[in-house]
Design a protein around this ligand. Structure first.
Ligand SMILES: [Zn+2]
Ligand SMILES: [Zn+2]
Length: 71
């Protein structure tokens, strides 16, 4: 289970568990999309790791496409 930090570590913007605007690095440093894409350039300022979009808690995985299984 990820440690879902509730705010951006840079600007303290609130980041809900179900937001799509949160980015994390592999050490779970957490930033908002604005900081990540502009100021940070997708690079964690703490550890230098790549920032990726944080998966949402309770995110359902809709079985909309099973094409991968067909091939
Ligand atoms: Zn921020
Ligand atoms: Zn980091």
């Amino acid at each position: 289970m990820l440690d879902m930090k509730p705010v951006c570590e840079r600007c303290n913007r609130e980041l809900q568990a179900d937001t799509t605007d949160a980015f994390i690095c592999s050490y779970e440093c957490t930033f908002c999309n604005d900081c990540t894409e502009s100021a940070l350039q997708n690079r964690c300022p703490n550890c230098g790791g790549e920032l990726i979009r944080r998966p949402r808690r309770n995110a359902k995985s809709p079985s909309q496409s099973t094409d991968e299984y067909a091939s």
